[in-house]
Design a protein around this ligand. Structure first.
Ligand code: 3UK
Length: 532
């Protein structure tokens, strides 16, 4: 048997990571724990009351890999997963990787049209989904002329994936790969709304888990991680799965929608040590905490040693209020799907509220002007980063790959500057994309939906700050008949958007101008509509 090892030298900073020539990342993430004596330790707890030990996980991953092979999947085939946060997410993801199959977890908030595109774009050989998402996945499959060979529910009917796993062999040899071979993909939204499959290698999850998970957050065996951000999101995938796995720690999985009430319940019941949220959720949680009748209704946050935020910039005011309410600091850090996780971050011993912090060890950054020259300290420019967790390319999209990965540097599309103390400060997107609740939201997609409405002539959507300083979509709509500019029309348009778009994408405000600002060539000037 060829050896499959990774060695980490932590006596240097950043830690030096070396891989054997033959390397499958499922071995150090899953099987290593058996050799290190964690067979009976619980890795996964669920709000449904399930507990999975490292020993059971290793067996289930093998069974899952064996089912995928028996279903006819081959090395390099794509397995699209619309799967809720649950143990089977782990089984499918790692079973695929161990068997040489490429898992592609998808955002479970998307609509049939989005899934149809991704199934086609990825050339998926298999689609496996939780029954909760049947209502969007099945119409997507119906729209396609060529369907994936394998379409299965995870659970809930005879012949489902979990049932097949029960009778599968629980031994599986890891498929031979290398540290830089394609391992898994994550779809990232583009400015035109057409998502791009970011292809990640075997080494990428090790790089993020070691440099950010272990070395920046200090995740250790006695930690319990709770990520309100779901596993399909690169942020949640690290927080809720790869960091606890890498450190031999544990996680708690919660499949439903995170709200202030539900997240507080999970914190009280499971007593996590690390909590991961996004700014919008922190804002909603604070509103609930600050309007609570008495102190006795404040949840018990004493188990938390730290909170973490990413996805969009965390306003300094939210940092301050959360510390007051929960007693913990929030570490804000910027990450991306392409970089896989956070590459600039605050640290427990080095925080500047309102900034993204400093470089995570192992990553490099430069801030450049339009010509690609580095700007001087304090000046704004485009942020480029480098690190061994960066995706190799976008599937089926050489133009976007060439525009995003230039000479080994990843163009984040973000404007940044470094302040006099060296902290990185976010200055906005270099394009028109918005982050809403930590998830990408393309103005073009909402505009396209609005113009479908019979009363609408044209529309422009921009980000506008709400009362908490967080960005939400605002629609500027030119109506066919000026007399329709009423509250009733706003309600109608709102219903129309909610029906056809992912739930976080509807406009929160409607304006009815007589016309939209445009360039000579007819391009809408969104920057002129943004609130000053
Ligand atoms: C923005 C931030 C300011 C920024 C992500 C943590 O968000 C993640 O990935 P996405 O691909 O979006 C990436 C873009 O989101 N952004 C993210 N975090 C911050 N802006 N401050 C922040 N702290 O525009 C970036 O380019 O959805 C976050 C870990 C993994 C991730 N994928």
């Amino acid at each position: 048997m060829q050896k499959n090892t990774v060695s980490i030298d932590t006596s240097v900073s950043p830690a030096k990571i070396e891989y054997s020539a033959v390397f499958n990342v499922a071995v150090p993430f899953i099987d290593r724990h058996l050799d290190e004596g964690r067979k009976d330790k619980v890795i996964i707890r669920t709000t449904g009351g399930e507990e999975v030990t490292f020993g059971e996980l290793a067996e289930r991953v093998n069974q899952s890999g064996n089912v995928l092979i028996k279903l006819g999947l081959h090395s390099g085939d794509r397995l699209l997963m619309m799967v809720k946060d649950s143990p089977e997410f782990f089984y499918l993801f790692w079973g695929a990787i161990k068997a040489g199959i490429v898992p592609v977890p998808l955002n479970t908030l998307l609509r049939a049209k989005d899934y149809a595109f991704m199934i086609e774009d990825s050339g998926a050989a298999a689609v496996i989904y939780s029954p909760e998402f049947q209502g969007e996945v099945e119409p997507a499959l119906e729209q396609l002329t060529t369907k994936p060979e394998i379409v299965l529910l995870t659970e809930g009917e005879s012949g489902c994936f979990l049932e097949k796993m029960n009778s599968a062999d629980s031994n599986l040899e890891a498929a031979p790969a290398s540290a830089t071979d394609d391992c898994f993909w994550l779809y990232s939204s583009g400015t035109t709304g057409r998502p791009k499959g970011a292809v990640h290698s075997h080494r990428d999850m090790i790089f993020t888990s070691q440099h950010y998970g272990n070395d920046t957050l200090g995740v250790r065996e006695n930690d319990l991680c709770f990520s309100a951000a779901k596993l399909f999101f690169a942020y949640g995938l690290g927080n809720g799965m790869t960091f606890p796995l890498w450190a031999g720690a544990s996680c708690v999985l919660f499949p439903a929608r995170p709200t202030p009430e539900t997240t507080f319940e999970v914190i009280e019941r499971f007593k996590p040590t690390l909590y991961f949220g996004v700014p919008t959720l922190y804002a909603a949680q604070l509103q609930a905490l600050e309007s609570a009748e008495s102190e006795s209704s404040t949840p018990d946050f004493s188990s938390l040693r730290m909170s973490v935020s990413a996805g969009e910039a965390l306003p300094a005011d939210i940092f301050r209020r959360w510390k007051e309410q929960s007693g913990t600091v929030i570490l804000d850090g910027i990450g991306s799907t392409e970089a896989l996780h956070i590459f600039i971050s605050n640290r427990a011993d080095d925080i500047k509220a309102g900034s993204s912090g400093r470089m995570v060890p192992g990553y490099a950054a430069k801030i450049v002007d339009e010509q690609g020259n580095e700007v001087s300290k304090g000046e704004e420019g485009r942020l480029l980063i480098q690190g061994d967790s960066s995706c190799k390319y976008y599937w089926n999209n050489p133009e976007k790959t060439a525009a995003t990965i230039v000479d080994g540097w990843l163009n984040t599309g973000d404007t940044y500057h470094q302040d006099e103390e060296g902290y990185y400060v976010y200055g906005g997107r270099s394009d028109d994309m918005m982050k809403v609740g930590g998830i990408w939201c393309s103005p073009f997609e909402i505009e396209a939906k609005l113009v479908e409405h019979p009363k609408v002539l044209e529309a422009a959507v921009v980000g506008r700050e709400d009362d908490s300083g967080l960005i939400k979509p605002e629609a500027h709509v030119v109506l066919k008949a000026a007399a329709d500019a009423t509250d009733e029309t706003s309600v109608e348009l709102l219903q129309h958007c909610k029906k056809g778009l992912a739930p976080y994408k509807y406009p929160r405000w409607f304006q009815f101008p007589a016309e939209l600002p445009k360039t000579a060539t007819g391009k809408i000037q969104r920057f002129k509509l943004r609130s000053k």
